[in-house]
Design a protein around this ligand. Structure first.
Ligand code: G
Ligand code: G
Ligand code: MN
Length: 463
């Protein structure tokens, strides 16, 4: 073999998948670029099929990897029977591409998808047994479904739609399949602006002392008033902030804002305890505790007015690190609450080591209290556990009188939920505290007021 052809051989190897000998993605992209150029020149069309096997993993596991490879080679052989070899590719483990460059319309593309489905779902002989795999196919047509750079991505979105329908079928690409992604990019851009322009706001949901019905504090919950879309839930924007690196700044804002609000209320006579939700990202910040300490100091507030709620799953993630941070938080006088308790897998030993002062029973158990014996068992167990460990226990998401009664019977200390109050703006909460015009006319605990009733009435601004 001359050195030239050896190089050619090497090159062809790096552009081919070694198991199936099909072109790999890199080589296929070259073919695709050429085909797009030619289609443009004749103002024609292309159809791209992205094929993903439906249950390749179990086959691999049941028959072994060598049999799995054999199956992939057989799939490749069948694809080559449907299109010229260079018009096919192996994209990843059980994923293939096939390009139809013959100006197909929707009908021809659908016909081809059907043929692929038929070919690939024929039984395949492996060892002495037969295996049958089906596949899911995403179809994109150029140019109507997008530019060259988006074709494979759009075919992938269509393939996922086919999977979502149960597999063994094909789907044509539709714009809505990626609108979620577009939405996110748009939201991300808006979120940057939002943080700069103060569109984020904290709402406060009261915690109620079960025996007396008094408000004892509130949980701060983030709200985003989007100028065009209205109120956007933190379950939507927090994941975006996490994925795109805004969560640090957002968490810092949250700490400052909560402390500012505690101070602002206190200046009008209301000594409100506030709980903030601390995310896993904040826990990983080396300066979290210092930052909280600084915010408390800057606003001149007593650290015992601030609670950090940390979800059980996050608290369990890195037990050593978490204990360390909890200790430092406790050392500066901040209380710690384990949120969404009951969904994770805390060990008792670990729990008793944490300097926490509160457990919050996950909303899911509260929701099912009236209908599920299991939920009642868990709720009762969490309440008993909390008492045994000398922790306060709060039930969140209390919506009905029935849930309220069961929780009180179980001896739950505090209750939180729409039954008592939805999260309120800081203004609404202050008005409620002064004028008692709040939901269910619950009273604020007397100790929440710094001064006498008289000064309290006097210092709050009128509605
Ligand atoms: O109101 P609600 O839909 O507000 O909140 C949904 C979820 O978002 C809750 O589980 C809550 O913990 C979380 N969340 C709300 N506000 C904050 C916040 O300020 N920080 C963090 N980390 N999570 C928050
Ligand atoms: O972080 P955490 O999961 O504690 O956040 C509390 C969440 O629960 C917030 O999103 C808040 O709006 C929501 N919430 C509070 N009370 C109720 C309730 O009674 N029912 C329901 N469905 N959600 C509630
Ligand atoms: Mn919470």
């Amino acid at each position: 073999m001359s050195s030239l052809s050896a190089r050619g051989e090497l090159q062809s190897h790096s552009l081919r998948d070694s198991v199936t000998e099909l072109p790999n993605r890199q080589m296929f992209e070259g073919t695709l670029a050429q085909a797009v150029a030619q289609a443009d020149a004749r103002q024609g069309r292309l159809a791209l099929f992205l094929i993903n096997l439906d249950a390749f993993k179990p086959v691999n596991e049941a028959f072994g990897h060598r049999a799995g490879d054999r199956l992939l080679r057989e799939i490749a052989r069948r694809l080559r029977s449907l299109a010229p070899p260079h018009m096919t590719a192996r994209l990843g483990s059980d994923e293939f591409l096939l390009l139809l460059p013959s100006d197909p319309g929707v009908d021809e593309a659908a016909e081809m998808a059907t043929r692929i489905l038929e070919q690939l779902s024929r039984p395949c002989r492996l060892e002495s047994r037969e295996a049958t795999v089906t596949c899911s196919i995403g179809v994109t047509i150029y140019p109507q479904h997008g530019a060259q750079s988006t074709l494979i991505g759009h075919a992938d979105a269509a393939m996922r739609a086919a999977k979502a329908e149960g597999g063994a079928t094909y789907c044509f690409f539709e714009e809505r399949m990626v609108s979620g992604v577009r939405d996110q990019t748009e939201l991300l851009r808006d979120l940057r602006v939002a943080m700069a322009q103060g569109e984020l706001e904290l709402y406060y949901q009261p915690k109620i002392h079960a025996p007396t019905g008094e408000v004892t504090g509130a949980e701060a919950l983030m709200r985003w008033h989007h100028p065009r879309r209205g109120m956007i839930s933190p379950t939507v924007f927090i994941p975006i902030a996490e994925r795109f690196g805004l969560i640090g700044a957002m968490g810092n804002w949250l700490i400052d804002e909560a402390c500012r609000q505690i101070r602002a209320w206190r200046d009008t006579g209301l000594r409100m305890r506030v709980a903030i939700n601390v995310s896993v990202h904040q826990l990983r910040q080396p300066d979290l505790v210092d930052r909280i300490a600084r915010a408390l100091q800057k606003n001149g507030i007593n650290p015992n007015l601030l609670t950090c709620e940390i979800t059980e799953t996050v608290a369990m993630e890195d037990t050593e690190g978490t204990i360390e941070i909890f200790k430092r938080l406790a050392a500066i006088g901040v209380s710690i609450s384990i949120d969404d308790f009951g969904t994770g897998h805390s060990s008792l030993a670990y729990l008793s080591k944490l300097p926490a002062s509160e457990l919050k029973i996950d909303r899911g158990f509260v929701l099912d209290l009236e209908t599920s014996e299991d939920a009642r068992t868990v709720a009762q167990a969490v309440i008993n556990l909390a008492k045994a460990l000398n922790l306060k226990v709060v039930a969140e998401g209390v919506e009905t009188e029935g849930q309220n009664r069961i929780l009180r019977d179980f001896g739950c200390d505090q209750l939180q939920g729409y039954l008592f109050s939805k999260p309120l703006s800081s203004k609404a909460l202050a008005l409620w505290a002064t004028d008692n015009v709040g939901p269910r006319a619950l009273a604020f605990r007397q100790s929440l007021f710094t001064e006498t009733t008289h000064t309290r009435q006097a210092t709050f601004p009128a509605a």
